[in-house]
Design a protein. Structure first.
Length: 160
């Protein structure tokens, strides 16, 4: 593993590393210290990262440099770390874009939008939503019934 790839592992917290170790151990049933490359796609799916066939093949070739069909925990963890860090970076970019969109809808700069405006946004995102579904979503989002949604509530709706 090159130095530029291994730095990603340093960006994970203890909990994430433990989760990766547990996941790896589930597939390393014989405790050989490695897993077969054909398990990588399944594991990544379980971790929430879906790759198409070409992407997966590219990833496997990258981490299984000697082509022996085996991936050590370190190789696996570095791959997963890189994907998790990229996901975090993607989330930051999405948040930045959402913040810009929120500001557009918050025309007066009050730090909130009305539930009516949110209703319009949700309807634009999914035209199939019924009025009842929209009502339920708005009710859940605006739990205090204030009729407004602040940035944190908006962000939670849009990206969870």
């Amino acid at each position: 593993m090159s130095k530029s790839e291994s730095y990603k592992l340093d960006e994970l917290d203890k909990e994430q590393i433990q989760m990766l170790r547990s996941t790896f151990n589930v597939f390393d049933v014989d405790r050989k210290g490695y897993i077969e490359t054909d398990m990588i796609g399944i594991i990544l799916d379980l971790l929430g990262t879906q790759l198409d066939g070409d992407e997966l093949e590219c990833v496997i070739n990258e981490i299984d440099e000697d082509g022996n069909g085996e991936v050590s925990f370190e190789e696996f963890a570095n791959l997963a770390a890189r994907l998790l860090v990229e996901d975090d970076e993607d989330t930051e970019a999405i948040q930045h874009e959402l913040k810009g969109a929120f500001r557009l809808y918050d025309k007066e700069g009050n730090g909130f939008i009305t539930t009516d405006v949110l209703r319009e946004i949700l309807k634009e995102l999914d035209e199939k939503l019924s009025d009842d579904e929209l009502d339920n979503m708005i009710e859940e989002i605006d739990a205090d019934g204030s009729g407004t949604v602040d940035w944190e509530e908006f962000k939670a709706v849009m990206i969870g």
